[in-house]
Write a protein that binds this ligand. Structure first.
Ligand SMILES: O=C([O-])C(=O)C[C@H](O)[C@@H](O)C(=O)[O-]
Length: 431
C-alpha cells in the first residue's frame, strides 16, 4: 500500500506532524532469570506521536539498539499520515523495516527470536495512534477495541528468585528470595500490597527439585490461589514430564517447560495440566503448527510483539476458534504499557487468566502518578479518552538522562546483564 499523504489532509483528520522516540532507563532490581539477571536498569523506548490538531498519543516498547534504529526509521515515515489510518501506518512501517539491513534486536531475553519485526516496530506507534483516536472522539481505547467486557483487569503476582544486593544493583527493599521461604515472603508482600489473586514464579534458575519445593511451599501458604511456574524452557522433555507429574493438581498451567513446538507437544501428551507459552508461539505463523501438533493449550499474548492491540485481539479470536486459552505476558515495563495492557485485556473477552505484570518491581515511571492503581489485584480500566495516562515531561527527561548516563545502552537485546553468572548464558535446556 502506498502512503498517500494528501488523503489524510483532505479528510481533515488527525494528520501526524511529529513523532519522537525517547529511550529511557529505569531502576530494575536483581531478579534472576534463566538468561541472566535484571539490574541495574531496564531499558524502554517511549514513542510520542503528535497531530496537526494538537493531539498527542503515547506508546512504549523495547529499547535495544537495533530496535531503536528501526523505530527511528519508521518514525520518519509517519509524518503526513492519518493517525486513524492504521492499515496504512502498518504498511509504511513494513516497507521501511524491510529495507533496513540492521541485525539483532530480535529477542527479549532470547524469547521472541521468531516474532515478526514489523509487528514489534508497529506496536508502539499503533498504541500511540489509538491513544490519539480515543482523544479525538472522547472515548477510551478499550472502546476502540470493541468495548470493555470487564471493569477491571486482574493481574498475577510475578515472583522471582532474587538477590538482596548485587554488584551494580540499584538498592531496593524487597530483600533476598533464593529459596522457598524467601519466595513465600515475597508472595505474601505482593498479595498484601496489591491483593493479587494468582501467582506466577519465574523458574528455570535452580534445580527443578528446588523449584517444585518452592511451588509446594506457595501452595501450602496460599491454598486457594492459582499458581504458575515458568522455567523459560530450561528443562528437557523428560524433566518436564517429571515436574509435571509432581505438580499435577498444583499449578493452573505450566509455562514453557521445554523449548520448541515438538518438545512441548511431547510434554503435552502426558502432562495433566495445560501447557502455556510465550516462547514457541510468538507470531501468527506459529499458530497453525501449534494447533496441528497440539503443543500448547494457552497462548500468552503480548501486544509489544504481536503487533499492537488490534492484532492482539485478532490473536484472541484465533485462540477462541481453536479452543486455546489466552493469558498475557510481560517484561519490565512502565505505565504506558500497563495502560495499554489493561485496555486490551478489558476488551478481549476470552482473556480470562490473570495477566502477568512486572509493575511491583518498578520504582520509576514516565507517566504522571495516579491514573493506574491496583485494587484487589486488578487495575480498574481507565474510562477517560485515549489510554488514560499522561507523560510527565520532567520524569521522561530524567529517565532519558539515566539511559544516556548508565552505560548499558549497548548491552545485548535481552535487556539483561549476562556477564554476572556465565552458566546463565546457556539457553538450551539445563536440566
Ligand atoms: O516468560 C516470561 O514471563 C517472560 O519472558 C518475562 C520476562 O522476560 C521475565 O523472564 C523477566 O523479566 O525476567
Amino acid at each position: 500500500m502506498s502512503a498517500t499523504r494528501s488523503t489524510a489532509a483532505s479528510r481533515s483528520s488527525q494528520t501526524i506532524t511529529d513523532v519522537r522516540v525517547t529511550p529511557v532507563a529505569f531502576a530494575d532490581p536483581p531478579l534472576l532469570n534463566t538468561v541472566g539477571v535484571h539490574q541495574p536498569y531496564a531499558l524502554r523506548a517511549i514513542v510520542q506521536v503528535h497531530t496537526e490538531r494538537g493531539l498527542a498519543g503515547v506508546g512504549e516498547t523495547y529499547a535495544d539498539t537495533a530496535h531503536l534504529i528501526r523505530l527511528e526509521a519508521a518514525a520518519r515515515e509517519l509524518i503526513g499520515l492519518d493517525a486513524f489510518a492504521l492499515n496504512q501506518v502498518r504498511a509504511v512501517i513494513d516497507e521501511r523495516v524491510s529495507q533496513l539491513t540492521v541485525t539483532g534486536g530480535d529477542g527479549v531475553a532470547g524469547m521472541i527470536t521468531t516474532a515478526s519485526t514489523t509487528d514489534r516496530v508497529f506496536s508502539p506507534f499503533e498504541v500511540a495512534c489509538l491513544d490519539i483516536q480515543g482523544k479525538a472522539i472522547g472515548r477510551p481505547v478499550s472502546d476502540l477495541l470493541g468495548g470493555a467486557v470487564r471493569d477491571s483487569v486482574p493481574f498475577s503476582a510475578y515472583l522471582f528468585y532474587k538477590w538482596a544486593a548485587h554488584p551494580g544493583a540499584v538498592e531496593d527493599d524487597w530483600g533476598e528470595a533464593l529459596d522457598p521461604a524467601g519466595l513465600v515472603r515475597q508472595a505474601r508482600r505482593m498479595l498484601d500490597e496489591y491483593g493479587f489473586t494468582a501467582i506466577k514464579l519465574k523458574g528455570g534458575v535452580f534445580h527443578p527439585d528446588e523449584e517444585i519445593a518452592a511451588i509446594k511451599a506457595l501452595r501450602a501458604e496460599f491454598p486457594d490461589v492459582p499458581l504458575r511456574l515458568d522455567p523459560n524452557a530450561a528443562w528437557t522433555v523428560d524433566t518436564s514430564l517429571r515436574v509435571a507429574a509432581e505438580l499435577e493438581g498444583v499449578v493452573e498451567y505450566l509455562e514453557d517447560p521445554t523449548p520448541g513446538l515438538d518438545g512441548m507437544a511431547e510434554v503435552a501428551t502426558e502432562a495433566k495440566m495445560p501447557l502455556a507459552t510465550n516462547m514457541c508461539v510468538v507470531a501468527f505463523g506459529h499458530l497453525k503448527p501449534a494447533v496441528v501438533k497440539d503443543s500448547v493449550s494457552v497462548v500468552l499474548s503480548d501486544h509489544h510483539y504481536w503487533g499492537g492491540l488490534q492484532r492482539s485481539r485478532l490473536l484472541g479470536g484465533i485462540c477462541e476458534t481453536f479452543g486455546l486459552g489466552l493469558s498475557m505476558h510481560s517484561n519490565s515495563h512502565l505505565g504506558i504499557s500497563l495502560a495499554a495492557m489493561v485496555h486490551l485485556a478489558a476488551a478481549t473477552p476470552n482473556l480470562t487468566y490473570a495477566c502477568d505484570t512486572h509493575w511491583p518491581w518498578k520504582t520509576e515511571d514516565v507517566v504522571k502518578p495516579g491514573a493506574l492503581r491496583f485494587e484487589g489485584g486488578a487495575v480498574p480500566v481507565p474510562t477517560g479518552p485515549g489510554l488514560g495516562v499522561e507523560i510527565d515531561d520532567d520524569a521522561l527527561a530524567e529517565l532519558h538522562k539515566q539511559y544516556l548516563d548508565c552505560g548499558i545502552r549497548d548491552r545485548d537485546d535481552t535487556g539483561y546483564m549476562k556477564s554476572v553468572d556465565p552458566t546463565f548464558e546457556n539457553t538450551a535446556p539445563r536440566w
